[in-house]
Design a protein around this ligand. Structure first.
Ligand code: ATP
Length: 788
């Protein structure tokens, strides 16, 4: 049966159009716009009453384009399906179950906190131990071969060590689990926004991520472990809360009642927060991160539970690290990133413009960093798409990073007396006896330790030219590294770059105002915050994270000012790096607010029609045909149409909504009316039948459906959602948007005045309307939907 034949059976086509066009004045406007939306050859701008709307002209879909939405991303369903089975379950279980479920929630959050922290602990220890071994061996080699004038040997050793370590991680990422590449924050952000990013919260991803981040940092790349920790926390949460592992095919038969998108997403937001807490030792920063960066749905209970999770994670990590470092009970190691205790620094009123200037510089550099990274990402999409090329690129980055470090140590002879700062592997190189090379100390340690050095070393520790060269090279290296096939984040490299240029500016200020007593830590910290803020554009959570990692609340004001200015400056040029990557992937993410000036866009022009609907009692063969024909995941359930004298179906009143996954489970278990008295009346037809399969349902092609079954019928009424949210066809886009955003909807049937289904709106239909900005110009554009 062809698509058009089938749609003539299932949809509300021509009569729908009539119903809309005769309804009210607004719809003529809609019809015009609808024509425009189907006629792609029209002008690419529509002059609406409120300004210019840009419509994408027909264009070939270029890889790496920012104005395309990918149809491959499905949505999560935050709305509870209140069907008969759920009501039955509630009736049977009563209040005891409510209390029990709540206790289970807190217990799961406790487990998430503990396990996330233990993963962080393992990653941290591995990185520290392996790095120690690596740099000690390299130092030995340098000390030996410098006397023989054969420095190329330690250089080659360094390059080869880096390449081989990075090779392991990038092979895992490129061949085993590509979604584990990068920091994982963009993917977690999408998940929390309500988009199912394939494979993002799987155990395999966690494994690749953890091993990948160890190899990336030990391999000397300009990357950090903090972003991956956030992703790891999210995976842990998604795994534990479900009480089963689909990968290992093991069902522990616990927590079945949490096997739905709504509950899982809440746990994932707690897990991501616990990840932040473990990464930075920042429990409050963790909660704020989830709030600022992701979760579209938030309530007080969730805040409390998330906070509990972050505190548990911080405490567990602190305890484990303190014990490992030989001071059990001291609790001095609060997070993976510890910027070292800062002294409270005093600042004067006249310094505020300086902080603003730092913010502007951070915003400009951040925007440049993002732009270069965006261009590199497009280049990768176009030319470095095969896994082996991605591995080669990662190894190349590893080699270039080591080369940069070596050249700097070799060419810039920046010497410092021994004993002034606690570097573990001081290299003398060409320095006099009793001195060591300051740049070698920066390169021969993990990037976190280098951030600490830049923050805490005294003012004269580094020559300005060393800092300048370091800033330039690390800036470029870090933007090149973010996006290669390794698991690593961007927090640390940007903090490091910012701390270096902050320190450089401190030297400049000291030079210009010789009488003043400049504190380099203050400017290094503000510079670090500005650079990172300019790249990621987070304000509240980043401020709190920085305060918590430096343990100094009195330094908050300069950091806040700098971060806000960096965000404003950066936003003038482009989006934050995570949003850029989300747009590049074409994820249908919903921003906080609906596009402005869109009250004149109506549901009838946003919606899809004709709609594929099912009848309350539907033929199995028909359901199977529809499921095979279209890939939609939700179908309105309608009353069977009445046939009037002219044999025109006249009546399709909405009765409910049913999901593809529910239909699949019904067919899989053969819940046919004809079998009711024989086979399935003995089955436990309850919510657990659906939960058992969650979240990986078989596809319709995988089901064994015999010919005789296709003549059977299914009564969809006990299983469908009998009260889905709907809107009338005259509802405006902002109204649709708010419903989707606030309630986390997946499907929204559009009805006419007599509750008949006339259209269907999904998240992708809403996400297609986006504000574009280019410096001072602003407007709205409609993104293209691509099937890739
Ligand atoms: P999701 O992918 O978010 O799980 P879905 O697969 O049901 O949801 P989308 O992929 O978002 O739907 O839909 C793609 C397009 O198909 C959208 O323009 C949407 O309006 C349309 N659409 C979705 N469901 C139906 C349906 N039952 N009948 C007709 N059009 C539909």
């Amino acid at each position: 049966m062809s698509k058009s034949e089938l749609s003539s059976i299932v949809e509300t086509s021509s009569d729908t159009a009539q119903l809309i066009s005769t309804d009210d004045a607004s719809t003529s406007n809609c019809a015009q716009l609808n024509n425009l939306s189907t006629d792609q050859n029209e002008d690419d701008e529509i002059q609406g009453s409120h300004g210019v709307r840009r419509r994408q002209p027909v264009q070939k879909i270029e890889p790496g384009s920012l104005n395309i939405l990918s149809a491959k991303y499905e949505s999560l369903d935050y709305d509870t399906c209140e069907n008969h089975l759920l009501l039955d379950e509630e009736r049977k279980r009563g209040y005891t179950f409510v209390v029990w479920k709540d206790i289970a929630r807190w217990f799961i959050v406790l487990l998430i906190g503990v396990i996330t922290a233990l993963i962080a602990f393992t990653i941290d220890i591995c990185i520290e131990e392996f790095s120690n071994i690596k740099y000690k061996q390299l130092k030995k080699s340098v000390d030996k071969y410098i006397l023989l004038d054969k420095l190329y040997i330690p250089y080659l050793l360094w390059v080869l060590t880096n390449i081989s370590i990075v090779f392991i991680g990038s092979m895992l990422v490129a061949y085993v689990e590509p979604v584990a590449a990068g920091s994982g924050i963009p993917q977690v952000k999408c998940y929390l926004n309500g988009v199912k990013v394939p494979r993002v919260v799987r155990i395999k991803t966690l494994f690749v991520k953890s091993v990948g981040v160890i190899t990336a940092v030990v391999g000397g790349l300009a990357g950090g472990k903090e972003g991956p920790m956030i992703h790891s926390g999210a995976v842990v949460a998604a795994g534990i809360s479900q009480g089963k592992s689909t990968t290992f095919n093991k069902d522990f038969k616990v927590f079945e009642y949490f096997r739905e998108d709504h509950e899982k997403r809440d746990f994932v937001s707690g897990g991501a927060a616990a990840g932040v807490a473990a990464a930075f030792g920042a429990p409050i920063g963790g909660v704020l991160f989830s709030l600022e960066e992701g979760t579209s749905f938030w309530n007080q209970a969730l805040t409390w539970r998330t906070f509990f999770g972050t505190v548990v994670a911080t405490f567990t990590l602190n305890f484990a690290l303190s014990a490992y470092h030989g001071h059990p009970g001291d609790l001095n190691y609060s997070g993976l990133l510890n910027l070292g205790k800062m002294e409270p620094f005093s600042f004067q009123f006249y310094e505020l413009p300086v902080f603003i200037l730092f913010g502007v510089i951070g915003g400009l550099l951040g925007a440049l960093w993002n732009h270069i990274n965006y261009k590199l990402a497009i280049f990768r999409i176009r030319y470095i798409s095969s896994p082996w090329l991605r591995v080669v690129e990662a190894c190349l980055v590893a080699a270039v990073t080591a080369t940069c470090g070596f050249l700097m140590m070799f060419l810039l002879n920046d010497c410092r007396p021994l004993g002034e700062d606690p570097t573990k592997v001081p290299l003398q190189l060409f320095c006099a006896d009793g001195e060591y090379n300051a740049l070698a100390a920066i390169w021969f340690q993990t990037p976190e330790a280098s951030v600490r050095s830049f923050l805490h070393d005294p003012l004269g520790s580094y020559k300005p030219v060393s800092l300048l060269v370091f800033v330039l090279s690390y800036f470029l290296l870090s933007t090149w590294t973010f996006g290669v096939a390794v698991s690593s984040g961007l927090f640390i490299p940007n903090l490091l770059t910012g701390a270096a240029w902050g320190r450089l500016l401190a030297i400049v200020i000291q030079y210009m105002l010789p009488s003043s007593n400049i504190n380099p830590a203050k400017y290094a910290l503000v510079g670090a915050a500005a650079q990172l803020g300019g790249v990621v554009r987070m304000t509240i959570s980043l401020t709190v994270i920085i305060i918590e990692t430096t343990g100094q609340i009195s330094n908050a004001l300069p950091v806040i000012i700098t971060l806000v200015v960096a965000k404003w400056t950066g936003d003038f040029f482009n989006e934050g790096i995570y949003d850029i990557h989300i747009q590049l992937a074409g994820v249908p993410i919903l921003p906080w607010e609906p596009p402005p000036l869109t009250h004149n866009i109506y549901a009838s022009e946003v919606m899809s029609h004709p709609v594929f609907t099912l009848r309350t009692v539907e033929n199995v063969g028909h359901i199977v045909e529809i499921l095979k024909l279209v890939s939609y995941n939700g179908f309105p359930v309608v009353d069977p149409p009445l046939i009037d004298e002219a044999e025109v179906p006249t009546y399709k009143r909405l009765r409910g909504m049913i999901l593809r996954s529910q239909l699949i489970v019904l067919i899989q278990n053969k819940i046919y009316n004809e079998n009711a008295n024989t086979t399935w009346s003995n089955l436990n037809v309850d919510m657990n039948m659906f939960r058992k399969e969650y979240p990986r349902y078989p596809s319709i092609d995988e089901l064994d459906i015999l010919d005789w079954e296709k003549t059977c019928t299914i009564d969809l009424r006990p299983f469908m959602n009998p009260s889905p949210y709907t809107l009338p066809h005259r509802a405006s886009l902002p109204r649709l948007f708010r419903l989707f955003r606030a309630l986390g909807l997946r499907h929204l049937p559009i009805v006419n005045d007599v509750n008949e289904v006339v259209g269907m709106v999904t998240r992708k239909d809403i996400a297609r309307y986006r504000v574009w900005r280019h410096h001072c110009h602003m407007g709205m554009e409609e993104l293209l939907l691509s099937s890739e």
